[in-house]
Design a binder for this molecule. Sequence first.
Ligand code: HXC
Length: 262
Amino acid sequence: MPVAAAEVLVEVDGKIGIVTLNRPQALNALSISVMDAVVEALGGFDRDPSIHAMVLAGLPRAFAAGADIGEMKNITGGAAAEKQLARHLSNWDKIGLLKKPVIAAVSGFALGGGCELAMACDMIIASETAVFGQPEVLIGVIPGAGGTQRLTKAVGKQLSMEMSLTGRKLSAREAFSFGLVNKVVPVESFLSEAKKLAHTIAAQPPLAVQAAKASVREAVDSKLSEGLSFERQSFFRLFDTQDQKEGMKAFSEKRKPVWTGK
Ligand code: HXC
């Protein structure tokens, strides 16, 4: 499905490529078409020799409030979830595999798939209003796009457990103190600060930058593929449960879910 016009904006500023999520009415919820367009745009920049670094930005109110719950709520059964969502989820991994550095410019909500998207980038500039979290448990599932793996590697087991098991969210300052983000700046300047960092990187020798990026990635990601595969199978299996149905249905109906543990 082609992305609705202007839901993903793409521009070039000197040697940097900027991709902006622009679906304000749904707090930048990451639909399949939006994620396809994001990966296509970033992949295009990755292959373009005139581009040396990239920025993936959200809007001031939301980087992204998660994967699009509307697209998932009617999926029944782990096999169906895998069939319908496996390619979608692989888009988060593709961002992690880009050769050139990607800086996430995060303001407002970075939840669920949105937090996972920011973490799939190489660095994060956050506005003072940024909120990070993996609240999937509150709608009957778990992070499915790398959250249990990348968050644990970023902030450590204790906090990652608490966030994934309770839905606890982190303020920008907390995220900074736990090493999840590089810098916290006023909301007016989150995008300009991310661009500034991207320009600084783009001024360095590109092959060395890419080699440094690949090496740092290797340090943190060596067992990631196994973890991602484990996480994904667990995520898909949750679509066999009534609580997944109830959680997503309750969200759409704007009421509190009633859990049955089935
Ligand atoms: C679809 C979403 C959405 C989402 C918000 N919206 N998040 N639509 N998918 N993830 C929509 C709402 O339905 C609403 O649409 C509009 O955006 C504004 O949201 P409100 O809830 O009215 O705003 P507010 O009261 O300010 O609350 C903000 C919020 C809340 C706390 C961020 O929207 C929220 O809890 N969102 C869901 C967060 C979440 O559970 N994310 C994880 C998703 S699962 P209408 O039409 O009513 O105005 C996930 C799995 C990842 O990400 C792995 C698989 C790919």
